[in-house]
Design a protein around this ligand. Structure first.
Ligand code: G6P
Length: 475
């Protein structure tokens, strides 16, 4: 049994890459995501623990300490990876919550596995939290954990943050287990969303599919058997990045030199455009490539004076819709390069792998135009990273209004990625934008991103959660 902790994060993934050698020795390297950056100081100050999956099937690991944090691995069998992770999380909930861009699949065996795995996470959290601890559950993979944990540990404060969109009630209503998911979430004291629209959709779903009453941002759960009446609060907390870190990195000589070198390696184009995404159908990569391909075909931009770098990092590769997307994107890139490339020069430089963060910051620094064309996205941190990586006030951001980031980054060139002509116009405008307009827009964008960083996001959420009236525990 691990020692009890005052602060517990519960997320599908642990913030570390774990390796086990042939003798069974475990070693880990930190996986520096935005979430862990935000929470690391809180974890250290409050003796925090992180409950999550290692990312490999059938790995039975004891809790261990890494990078000043206590990690509690939750094992998943191969079948659970297929049913809970690839199935219900990423082929049911993910497409359903992203406006059914691809059709979600509803399978009872996937749902059963989701329930079982959520219970395992709840039990691990219950065994890790000290009396009266704060437990912060993350994202769509674990929506049943708040209620399951509340039953096990009525003494702890529970927060939940949904990193992805919460869909309209008409779409959410398709889910055969819609009521159970809502009740699962309502086990939390505070439920956070990225956009006000997500919070409003959730409140509407509560009214439609449960009998709980809502008033403003508060839901009242009536007294039931030995469970007293209680209130759940809903709020909007747009997530961010470690803006200072990106800004400072982007100012270093190493990065500015690498940015210049990258431009040289890419044939010194007049205009370098950039897309950076997980290879996911929500990101609008096909729409973006279509728009770029048409601009080239219509000679509105010329190759190699204009080049597009598309970094598409591999993601969820066992899920069918991701395999299809990869083929479609690669055929499109191949067609455009076949038609418009020349020896040693491509129209599109397409990379299906990940890069170290420093290389990404150098790419951001090098790119004249950043294309974020998501069809639906909870926030999109790439947009914020690009802005933070431009202390020189150069570059132009083309940003989809369907990304959560658009609420804050209204000084970007906002687009509807379904409107290919509109997107082409915005891309051309970005490509020809003068330095004065770039500077004016970038200054406003940077103010938002530097003021609202991921540390302040975590602080705001936790201060609302921790200032809520203390729970009266019951028998
Ligand atoms: C999104 C989700 C995260 C998830 C990440 C990577 O950002 O909101 O919860 O961890 O994608 O996806 P993966 O399936 O590889 O964890």
């Amino acid at each position: 049994m691990p020692a009890p902790h005052e602060f517990v994060v519960v997320a599908n993934r642990l913030p570390a890459d774990i390796r086990v050698d042939e003798e069974g020795n475990v070693s880990s390297t930190p996986a520096p995501g935005g979430l862990v950056t935000a929470l690391a100081p809180v974890m250290r100050a409050q003796d925090g623990a992180w409950v999550g999956w290692s990312g490999s099937a059938d790995q039975l690991l004891d809790p261990f300490d890494a990078d000043g944090m206590h990690l509690v691995p939750v094992p998943l069998s191969e079948q659970e990876v297929a049913r809970y992770y690839e199935g219900f999380s990423n082929a049911t909930l993910w497409p359903l919550y992203h406006d059914v861009i691809v059709p979600p699949e509803f399978h009872r065996i996937w749902w059963n596995s989701y329930v079982e795995v959520n219970r395992r996470f709840a039990e691990a959290a219950a065994g890790t939290a000290e009396k009266g601890a704060t437990v912060w559950v993350q994202d769509y993979q674990l929506q049943l954990v708040p209620e399951m944990l509340r039953r096990l540990r009525p003494d702890v404060r529970i927060g939940f943050f949904d990193h992805i969109p919460f869909p309209s009630v008409e779409l959410f209503g398709q889910l055969p287990w819609r009521r159970q998911v809502i009740e699962g979430l309502l086990g939390a004291d505070l439920i956070g969303f990225q956009r006000t629209g997500d919070a409003a959709n959730f409140l509407r779903a509560v009214r439609r599919f449960t009998s709980h009453s809502t008033r403003g941002q508060q839901i009242t759960i009536g007294q039931h058997w030995n469970r007293p009446e209680r209130h759940v609060r809903v709020g909007t907390f747009p997530i961010s990045i470690d803006s200072q870190k990106v800004d400072q990195l982007a100012r270093t000589e190493k990065i500015t030199k690498r940015a210049a070198q990258l431009r040289t390696e890419l044939g010194d184009p007049d205009v370098l455009m950039l897309g950076v995404d997980r290879l996911d159908y929500t990101k609008g990569i096909r729409h973006r490539i279509k728009a770029f391909g048409e601009l080239v075909a219509e000679k509105k931009v010329t190759v190699p004076r204009t080049a597009l770098v598309q970094v598409a990092s591999p993601s969820r590769e066992q899920v069918e819709q991701y395999k299809t997307l990869r083929q479609e994107v690669e055929v499109m890139v191949g067609n455009i390069n076949g038609d418009h490339g020349s020896w040693g020069r491509s129209a599109i430089y397409y990379m299906h792998h990940s890069y170290p963060f420093e290389e990404m910051v150098a790419l951001y620094r090098a790119a004249d135009v950043m294309l974020v064309t998501a069809l639906r996205d909870g926030m999109n941190l790439v947009a914020k990273e690009y802005v933070a990586a431009r202390p020189d006030l150069g570059g132009a951001l083309v940003l989809s209004e369907f990304a959560g980031a658009a609420d804050e980054l209204s000084h970007a060139l906002l687009i509807n990625p379904h409107d290919i002509e509109g997107m082409k116009e915005a891309i051309l405008k970005a490509a020809t934008m003068g330095p004065a307009e770039q500077r004016r827009r970038m200054r406003t964008l940077r103010k938002r991103v530097l003021e609202n960083d991921v540390q302040s996001w975590a602080k705001k959420f936790l201060s609302v959660l921790q200032n809520m009236p203390q729970r009266t525990s019951h028998v």
